[in-house]
Design a protein around this ligand. Structure first.
Ligand code: NAD
Length: 459
């Protein structure tokens, strides 16, 4: 039987909330702290506030029991053995990570440490943050033997966050003291020893038969670099296949075949080799920029990352050029937009390439009617409804009388769109697909002019 540990999680966003309910699912007692009273009230009432599969079930199972929600960090610090900091680390104007939220939380924790605490960086932070947190806590009068700071980066993906948390590819714990490493080892033991998978009351749709999750103990600095290097490497893969897709377009080759041919090499692997309109989201753009900036500050040449960013920005411009190539002039064209979230199965629109493209198209004078299964309310804050920017509550509503349909987010449900309905609804049967959701031959046979990324136009 694993030990139940008192845990505080600071921040109840995509990472903090998922971590909090999943720790409760593993049998720990969790206090989830947020300084946004509105969020705390909603969470207490059972509303997750974000669209994430399995989160409502887990919140219903553990909310106000295994996990309680509060704004009171002082009380949470006093009670918890381990305090996970999961607040935002957005990009600052210089490209660095803005660590002011992390610093604010660290100073506040310091004011309430009354027994040994493990303070855990869950947020994505640059190397050396650990030392800064340590310094801030000491400066606030806490002696060195009263606490440790550990790096435990999070690798979950939005859209499959609960599944990822409970079935991680690996758990990384960067700890410079054995005492702190043991606390983290105990917290994750239901996953690393596999006991959770045998005892859990199944959550419908989540696999409970699994092999124990690997746990990797490293130095704090290595753990910090592992997180940035992982995200930067995934961004490299995406920009690489996007550059290859551009070459495929020029050579009339098919990037899908090329990507399969590359990915079958076990040294490379098939994942993250899907071309599109570029990566986005709250992590890759800021983490690539922060990693590049850290390297620069340390005198290390990492220009590879500058090129990755350049290719990513170019990918959106290429898509716009494709729209123009299909429609000639853009001013006054009515376009159906499918997808606003930065990727499918989430309502997150932070740094979404779909939002960027909408802005570019609005700038060209297009009229847009957008549909997204979950992200419309968030999108309205970035792109307020107007005569030029409208929202529909279905694919059909967006497609009605549009001059063309653009696919900007890879929502799984878009794959099963009724093509006959599209034919009937669109003004012209033109589909420009930035996510390669459809088969070019099927689209051509169904009578569409169909453009996608890195694949020849079928005749
Ligand atoms: P988020 O913006 O969704 O959530 C952050 C939360 O912290 C908000 O609810 C905010 O109200 C709260 N907060 C801010 N300051 C606070 C304070 N002083 N006290 C208490 N609460 C405070 O952010 P997120 O997407 O969950 O990301 C959090 C961190 O995790 C970031 O560093 C991010 O890079 C990293 N990360 C994110 C993902 C992801 O997919 N979103 C994945 C891995 C790692």
């Amino acid at each position: 039987m694993s030990k139940s540990i008192k845990i505080a999680v600071v921040g109840s966003g995509y990472v903090g909330l998922v971590a909090a309910v999943c720790f409760a699912e593993l049998g720990h007692q969790v206090i989830c702290v947020d300084n946004d009273q509105r969020k705390v009230d909603a969470l207490r009432g059972g509303d997750t506030l974000i669209h994430e599969e399995h989160l409502p079930e887990l919140l219903a199972r553990h909310g106000n029991k295994g996990v309680v929600f509060t704004t009171d960090l002082a009380e949470a610090t006093a009670q918890a053995a381990a305090i996970f900091i999961a607040v935002g680390t957005p990009q600052s104007e210089t490209g660095d990570a803005d660590l002011s939220y992390v610093e604010a939380v660290a100073s506040e924790i310091a004011r309430h440490v009354d027994s040994y605490k493990v303070i855990v960086e869950k947020s994505t932070v640059p190397v050396y943050t650990n030392e800064w947190i340590r310094r801030v806590i000491e400066r606030n009068g806490v002696s060195r033997e009263m606490f440790d700071v550990v790096s435990n980066p999070e690798f979950l993906r939005e859209g499959t966050a609960v599944e990822d948390f409970l079935h991680p590819d690996r758990i990384v714990v960067g700890a410079d003291s054995e005492r702190a490493a043991k606390v983290l080892g105990d917290i994750y033991s239901p996953l690393t020893e596999g006991t959770y998978y045998k005892t859990a009351e199944p959550i419908p749709g989540i696999c409970t038969e699994d092999a124990p999750a690997p746990i990797l103990f490293t130095s704090t600095k290595s753990a910090e670099i592992i997180k940035h290097a992982s995200n930067a490497f995934l961004a490299v893969k995406i920009s690489f296949i996007n550059a290859v897709s551009n070459l495929c377009e020029a050579a009339d080759a098919n990037v899908e075949q090329v990507s399969r041919g590359i990915g079958l090499d076990s040294r490379i692997g098939p994942k993250f080799l899907r071309p599109g309109i570029g990566y986005g989201g709250s992590c890759f753009p800021k983490d690539v920029a922060a990693f590049r900036s850290v390297a620069e500050q340390m005198g290390v040449d990492f220009n590879l990352l500058t090129e990755v960013e350049r290719i990513n920005a170019t990918q959106k411009k290429r898509f716009l050029a494709k729209v123009r190539s299909a429609l000639w002039t853009l001013r006054g064209k009515r376009l159906a937009v499918l997808g606003l979230a930065f990727k499918g199965e989430t309502d997150d629109i932070r740094e979404s390439p779909a939002i960027d493209l909408c802005e570019m198209l609005l700038g060209e004078g297009c009229q847009l009617v957008a549909y997204d299964p979950a992200a419309i309310e968030r999108a309205k804050l970035e792109l307020p409804p107007s005569a030029q920017m409208q929202y529909a509550d279905s694919v059909e509503g967006a497609a009605k009388d549009a001059d063309a349909l653009l696919v900007l987010t890879d929502w799984a449900e878009f794959k099963s769109i009724d093509l006959e309905m599209l034919q009937r609804t669109l003004r012209y049967p033109i589909v420009i697909d930035g996510r390669n959701m459809f088969d070019p031959k099927t689209m051509s046979e169904a009578g569409f002019t169909y453009l996608s990324v890195g694949r020849p136009v079928a005749n």
